[in-house]
Design a protein around this ligand. Structure first.
Ligand code: EPZ
Length: 425
């Protein structure tokens, strides 16, 4: 399985480019099931999760041609021979559930094992199912003999509907938009999630002939169409990878320009870095992040659905806050258990305390000490990697498969900036 070894690194310097967004490419690939014509997705990141999604599309009968060198994937879902997501794939990647909406709209039936929780929370799919019901589907959830939970949605033809999302769920918004795009009627989603990845999905679907308005706002209107045609689309840059590199520059007091990123997608992160005294500016080469002063000050963050501070940057930002002067607080409002990295950071002398479940107090001003630590989820793993860059002595991170799910060539990218980092077998 291997580990990643990280040593204290001098200030990172240079340029690094981000790849296509994991959280955009997964729904884009699911959406290719909505047409029998050819779709080509470009700027695809090389991630384990993308491989799992390709396997999932093939399991439904789609032809999927990956060109890793060209970073593109061609999908032809001409004939679908199955509409049940294999348990093994859903267990590997909960985003497999994003296939349900397209399968339901295209074939009238979609069945999947309940994805179940993960390190950061219960991760229910009740809002996905609420949306399918509003579009006219019958939903059945059952236990099979192995006592795995399954859910099945059936609808001879999807009609339009009105849905209010109790929580601004990214996945539920995406699943409902994909199902509603190929339905007979008009759909309105109220309290929709507004993430850039949803806008990217809507742009792709509209290229395919869908009629979607309001993506990126909290009200999305979809006029269903009878069929969708093939289209080509390039994935937006990964804003979470971009923010992770910005924090690497900050925590090592370096000078790094992150290229191929959209700074508009990380405004809260830029604002908070500036509050701490980090210099962030857009240049013609990209977004330049540098630390010029000796001391960086503390700040407080609270995660919220977009355009609020992204929960996917909360662990990495907490690592950074443990090294600045003065106490900070972090409140996590999106997931109920997204402080799994605190225990590991405290084994590196971060001294963080968690009060009433969702609030962490970071004393700051600590000298982190290297240790053997474990990645508990994707972004927690990234947070530990950042901690290793600043810590005295070496840090060894295990369970690095979490990191490889969401960051492609992360060791090479950090090495190119001068980080003291390597994989060990
Ligand atoms: C997406 O997950 C992202 N994953 C997550 O990124 C991200 O953290 C999350 O959105 C929030 O921004 C992908 O896009 C593949 P949600 P998703 O539905 O869609 C509750 C990463 O590290 N909820 O927006 O699963 C849920 O429990 C990953 O890249 C319901 O209650 O997240 C959570 O508390 C981690 N019922 C909140 O909504 C539902 O039916 C937000 O979840 C669905 C969700």
């Amino acid at each position: 399985m291997g580990t990643i070894l990280v040593g204290k690194s001098r200030p990172l310097r240079g340029e690094v480019g981000v790849d296509g967004s994991k959280n955009a490419v997964l729904p884009l690939l699911a959406a290719t099931l909505l047409t029998e014509e050819v779709c080509e997705i470009a700027d695809v990141p090389e991630l384990n999760d993308v491989d799992v999604m390709c396997k999932l599309l093939r399991s439904f009968g789609a032809v999927v041609e990956e060109d890793k060198r060209a970073k593109s994937i061609k999908v032809i879902a001409k004939t679908l021979t199955a509409n049940e997501a294999p348990c093994a794939l859903v267990k590997q990647m909960r985003a497999s559930i994003l296939a349900m909406g397209p399968l339901l709209a295209r074939t009238g039936r979609a069945k999947a094992p309940l994805p179940g929780g993960c390190a950061i929370g219960k991760r229910p799919i009740d809002l996905h199912l609420k949306g399918f019901r509003a579009l006219g589907a019958d939903i059945e959830s059952m236990e099979d003999e192995r006592s795995y939970g399954y859910v099945e949605a059936v609808a001879a033809k999807l009609a339009g509907g009105e849905i209010y999302l109790d929580t601004r769920s990214v996945g539920a918004t995406e699943n409902i938009v994909m199902a509603a795009a190929l339905s007979e009627g008009n759909t309105i989603i109220e309290n929709a999630a507004q993430e850039p990845e949803i806008v990217d999905l809507a742009n792709f679907l509209n290229k395919m002939g869908a009629k979607i308005k309001g993506a990126g706002t909290d009200v999305i209107k979809i006029e269903g169409v009878k069929r969708l045609h093939g289209a080509n689309h390039a994935v937006i840059p990964d804003r979470i990878e971009a923010a992770t590199f910005m924090l690497a520059a900050a925590i090592t007091k370096g000078d790094v320009t992150v290229t191929n990123m959209l700074s508009d997608h990380v405004k809260p992160v830029i604002a908070k870095l500036r509050e701490c005294g980090v210099n962030v500016e857009d240049t013609e080469r990209g977004t330049r992040v540098r630390v010029t002063g000796e001391f960086l000050s503390a700040t407080n963050i609270k995660t919220l659905p977009y355009p609020g501070f992204p929960t996917d940057i909360q662990p990495q930002f907490m690592t950074f806050l443990s090294t600045v002067s003065g106490p900070s607080s972090v409140v996590e409002t999106v997931f109920e258990n997204r402080f799994m990295h605190v225990k590991e950071l405290n084994r590196m002398n971060a001294g963080i305390t968690v009060t009433e479940g969702r609030k962490a107090i970071i004393p700051g001003g600590r000298v982190l000490r290297g240790n053997q630590v474990k990645a508990t989820d994707l972004r927690a793993g990234a947070a530990l990697l950042l901690a290793g860059l600043a810590a005295e002595r070496e840090t060894e991170i295990s369970d690095i498969y979490h990191i490889d799910r969401g960051y492609s060539n992360i060791v090479e990218k950090f090495s190119s900036l001068g980080a003291n980092i390597k994989r060990s077998p």
